[in-house]
Design a protein around this ligand. Structure first.
Ligand SMILES: [Zn+2]
Length: 105
C-alpha cells in the first residue's frame, strides 16, 4: 500500500497551492511590468513584489509536524526548479529529522 504524502496528511497542501497561485500572480505581474502599458507598470511591479514574497512565505511555511523545520524551503533548495513541488508533495518522511507520518497514532 502506498504511503500517504506527509504534506497531505498534515493538511498543508493548501500552502503549496497558495504558493503556486502567488507564483502565477507574480508571473503575470512580471509580464505586465516588462511588456504592459506604461501606466500599469507601477501596479504590476507592486503585484510582482508582493506576490513573490507571499509565494516564498507560503513555501517556507510548509513545515515538518515534529521538528518544525521548513520542508518547503528544503524542497526548493534541494530539488530541480521544475520538480520541487512534486518532490515536496511526495515526501513520506521528513528528510531533516526522519519523522514519518505513520509514527502518528
Ligand atoms: Zn522533521
Amino acid at each position: 500500500m502506498p504511503q500517504r504524502s506527509m504534506i497531505e496528511s498534515s493538511h498543508q497542501t493548501w500552502k503549496v497551492n497558495a504558493a503556486m497561485a502567488a507564483l502565477v500572480l507574480a508571473g503575470i505581474g512580471a509580464v505586465v511590468s516588462f511588456a504592459g502599458p506604461r501606466q500599469a507598470r507601477l501596479g504590476a511591479d507592486l503585484v510582482l513584489f508582493c506576490s513573490g514574497f507571499m509565494s516564498m512565505g507560503f513555501v517556507r511555511s510548509v513545515r515538518c509536524p515534529k521538528c518544525r523545520k521548513s520542508l518547503g524551503w528544503w524542497a526548493f533548495r534541494h530539488s530541480r526548479l521544475d520538480r520541487w513541488r512534486e518532490d515536496l508533495e511526495s515526501l513520506t518522511s521528513c528528510p531533516l529529522c526522519g519523522f514519518r507520518d505513520a509514527d502518528v497514532p
